[in-house]
Design a protein around this ligand. Structure first.
Ligand code: ADP
Length: 386
C-alpha cells in the first residue's frame, strides 16, 4: 500500500443539507459532495469522481451524517484525514476567531443554540458525528459571527435597556466566513483594499458588511439572521410592532410567527410564487416584479445606511448566488447607487468581468465569487498544522 496523503475534511452541516469537501495540504479540493433535501427525500450528490445515490427517506439527521462520513471514509481510503473544520453559525461574544473543539467549547456553543435554532444544533451534530467516526482527529469550529467581532460597540448595540446588552443581546451579524474570504481577495482587485468597502452577500440568505481596513465595522444582520435585507424566505428589517400585532390582534403563537418571518416571508412571501430569484426574474406576474423591486429597494437603502456609517464608500463587492450570477440585479442595485458615484459598465457586468463599473466610476463595483469552505479549510490547517 502506498503512503497516504494528508487531508482535511470540511463539513457544513445545515438542517436541510450537509455539504462536505476534502482538501489536500495544498488547500486544493480533492473530493466534495452533499446530501440535500433532508426531511423530504434525501439525496446524495457526489462531486466529479463520485456518483449520486438516494439516502434512506426515514433516516434521522444523525443517521445521515454517519452514513455520509462512512461514504467519505470509503472515498478517501488513500487519504489520511488529519483535521476536520466545521461551519458553526454562532460563536456568541466569546469567539472572535476559529477555535479548536474541546468538550468545553461544545458546551459553550450549545448554550448559543437558542440564538440560531435552525442551524446551531445541526452544526454541533456534525462535530459530534466526526468525533464518533474519527475520535482522534482534531476539529476546528469556524463561526459566521466571528468576523464581525471587530465592530465598534456602538455598531453592535440595540437601543433597549442595557441589562439586555449586558446579557449578550447584541447585533452579531452573520455570513462572516464569506466576508472573511472576500476580505482576503480585496487586495487582488482594489487599488485601496484598506478603504471603505461594502460587501453584499446576496443568496437565499442575504446581508451586507461595511469594511474598513478589511475588517467588519457594520452589518445588516442582527441578533439573529432575520434582520436586514429582503431574503429568499426571511423578512429582513421589520418594525417589532408587527410582531405584537401578530401576537395580540391575530392570536398567533410564537412558533407560528417565527415560521412566518423565517420561512414564509421575503421574496416568497411578497411574490407568493417562489423564494428563488431566478423564478421571479422569469415570471411576468406583477407580484413577482414587486418582490424583486422590494429586494432592490432595500439593498439600495442598506448600502446608503452602511455608507453613512463609514462616512463614505469607495467600492462595492457582490457575492453569493444572486450577487455572483444575476447581472440584472447588480445593474439595478448599482443604478440606485448613482448618487454615490456608481457608473455601471454594462458589457463588463454581463460578460463575467470582475470589475463591473467604468474606469471613471467614482464608486467601483466588483463581482467576487465567495469560498466559505476554502476559508474553513485554511483555518483548520492553521490551527491543526499539516
Ligand atoms: P444560499 O444562501 O442558500 O447559499 P445561494 O448563495 O446559492 O444560496 O443563492 C441562491 C440564490 O441565487 C437563489 O435565489 C437563486 O435564484 C439565485 N441565483 C442563482 N443563479 C442565478 C442567476 N443566474 N440569476 C438570478 N439569480 C440567481
Amino acid at each position: 500500500m502506498g503512503e497516504k496523503n494528508d487531508a482535511f475534511l470540511v463539513l457544513n452541516a445545515g438542517s436541510s443539507s450537509i455539504k462536505y469537501a476534502v482538501y489536500g495540504v495544498d488547500l486544493q479540493v480533492i473530493l466534495n459532495g452533499q446530501v440535500d433535501r433532508i426531511g423530504l427525500d434525501p439525496q446524495y450528490h457526489g462531486g466529479a469522481s463520485d456518483i449520486d445515490v438516494p439516502v434512506a427517506d426515514n433516516a434521522t439527521h444523525a443517521e445521515i451524517l454517519d452514513w455520509l462520513l462512512t461514504h467519505i471514509a470509503g472515498l478517501s481510503d488513500n487519504l489520511n484525514i488529519i483535521g476536520a473544520g466545521h461551519r458553526v453559525v454562532h460563536g456568541g461574544q466569546d469567539f472572535s476567531a476559529p477555535a479548536r473543539v474541546t468538550d468545553a467549547v461544545i458546551a459553550k456553543l450549545r448554550t448559543l443554540a437558542p440564538l440560531a435554532p435552525g442551524h446551531q444544533p445541526h452544526n454541533l451534530a456534525g462535530i459530534e458525528a466526526v468525533g464518533r467516526r474519527w475520535p482522534n482527529i482534531p476539529q476546528v469550529a469556524c463561526f459566521d459571527t466571528a468576523f464581525h467581532r471587530t465592530q465598534p460597540r456602538i455598531a453592535q448595540l440595540f437601543a433597549i435597556p442595557r441589562t439586555f446588552s449586558d446579557d449578550g443581546v447584541l447585533r452579531y451579524g452573520f455570513h462572516g466566513l464569506s466576508y472573511h474570504y472576500i476580505s482576503t481577495q480585496l487586495p487582488h482587485h482594489l487599488d485601496q483594499p484598506n478603504g471603505k468597502v461594502i460587501v453584499a452577500h446576496l443568496g437565499n440568505g442575504a446581508s451586507m458588511c461595511a469594511m474598513q481596513n478589511m475588517k467588519s465595522v457594520a452589518t445588516t444582520m442582527g441578533y439573529t439572521a432575520l434582520d436586514g435585507l429582503v431574503m429568499g424566505r426571511r423578512c429582513g428589517e421589520l418594525d417589532p410592532g408587527v410582531i405584537f400585532h401578530m401576537l395580540r390582534d391575530r392570536g398567533m403563537s410564537v412558533a407560528e410567527i417565527e415560521d412566518i418571518l423565517g420561512t414564509k416571508s421575503g421574496l416568497l412571501g411578497v411574490s407568493d410564487i417562489s423564494s428563488d430569484m431566478r423564478d421571479l426574474l422569469a415570471s411576468d406576474n406583477p407580484a413577482a416584479a414587486e418582490a424583486v423591486d422590494l429586494f432592490v429597494y432595500q439593498a439600495c437603502k442598506k448600502i446608503g445606511a452602511l455608507a453613512a456609517s463609514m462616512g463614505g464608500v469607495g467600492a462595492i463587492v457582490f457575492t453569493g448566488g444572486i450577487g455572483e450570477n444575476s447581472a440584472a440585479i447588480r445593474a439595478r442595485i448599482l443604478q440606485g447607487c448613482a448618487w454615490l458615484g456608481a457608473d455601471l459598465d454594462d458589457t463588463a457586468n454581463t460578460s463575467g468581468a470582475a470589475r463591473i463599473t467604468t474606469a471613471d466610476s467614482r464608486l467601483a463595483a466588483f463581482v467576487i465569487p465567495t469560498d466559505e469552505e476554502g476559508i474553513i479549510a485554511g483555518e483548520t490547517q492553521r490551527l491543526v498544522g499539516g
